[in-house]
Design a protein around this ligand. Sequence first.
Ligand code: KE4
Length: 430
Amino acid sequence: MSYNKSKALFEEACKHLVGGVNSPVRAFKSVGGTPLFIKRGEGAYIIDADDNKYVDFVCSYGPLILGHNDPDVKEATIKALENGTTFGASTENEIVLAELVKEAFPAIDKVRFVNSGTEAVMSAIRLARAFTKKNKIIKFAGCYHGHSDFLLAQAGSGMLTLSLPGSAGVPESVVADTIIVPYNDIEAVSQALEKHKDQIAAVLIEPVPGNMGLVLPEKDFLQKLRELTTSEKILLICDEVMSGFRQSFGGAQHFYNITPDITCLGKIIGGGMPVGAYGARAEIMDMVAPLGPVYQAGTLSGNPIAMAAGIATLTKLKDKSIYKHINNLTGQLAEGMRRIANENHIKMQIAVFGSMITPFFNDQRVTDYTTALKSDTEKFAQFFWTMIHNGVYPPPSQFETWFVSAKHSEQDIEFTLKAFQSSVNSVGQQ
Ligand code: KE4
């Protein structure tokens, strides 16, 4: 396989774009080599600048649950485009998408659309602080909630990939109100609540973290967290930017039967266009301008083209057979990975939630940030490039989740497991 065109494009990009990219994880820093430039996506596949074709498991880091270039999403987006791109005024599509979100998330009375997951979580925190009149926020090490200043502390995703514990340019004073506890450690949460009694506005969590790689909540962890926050009159904010509409037509909150006070969404609800959202019961949401004192705004919030892509996506996802298909395929992929790793005596943990999956090069189950960090990122880098050479495109980081789309097939899973076999063999010889 030749990568010459990607190499040339990357060289050019580095003259104009920081690190040649517009989001750090795309720079392939933790796997080395030159990032691939993608020119087209089709269903379960992406084609790079050198016309190499891959089975894609990045799926734009989550939005493309229907796969690339879904015909219904494309048709709806083009149709909306014919009426114009943006008006700086409300449109009917904002109502339609809000109704679809509310149908899937009964804990939401009212929604505010924004342009990214970062904006959604940032706004939700501001709202929680206003509603409770308290300032401190508890977050979990390894969870990533976008790049708002006060949340760039032991975050996951690109920060974990780049081994950045925090970010330059964020004053100590800004993160002073951010308390970090280990994921899955309810005792640590309880102690933090005690230590900062009556000062905590909210606990912010990815109910099923996907930014340390995929980590699953221990039995009753989320339920106990809900009980604890309820008894202490602390808001629970579920960041479902990644998990929303992923495992089912709802969120991890439904799978684990917890009712958050505020829910943040993104990715899938935009169908590949820039959309984020936060929502809660009316008592909380009505504090947001223009009804209340919490200011939040956005030139392109509720953009009609993005709304159309989101509506087409969520409407299609009401067909439960889609979830049955992608969750089953992901189960097959996981089982195949486990079998191959065992047969080749490679210590791996394969975490699965719906159509999210992460193969960890780790000899122990990954339950939090500390155990995630014990993964062998050098082995992952070797594995990653062998998968690429075998026509499979995983996320370029051990600490990202793979996504299966509705367009992946049994054949794609078989093809991927063959590539996995070769990749695990090459790692095993290290
Ligand atoms: P965005 O601002 O990137 O739309 O969303 C931030 C965000 C918030 N919450 C969760 C749970 C998220 O996973 C994200 C973003 N996810 C990463 C992937 N791990 C985005 C990929 C990237 O940064 O390029």
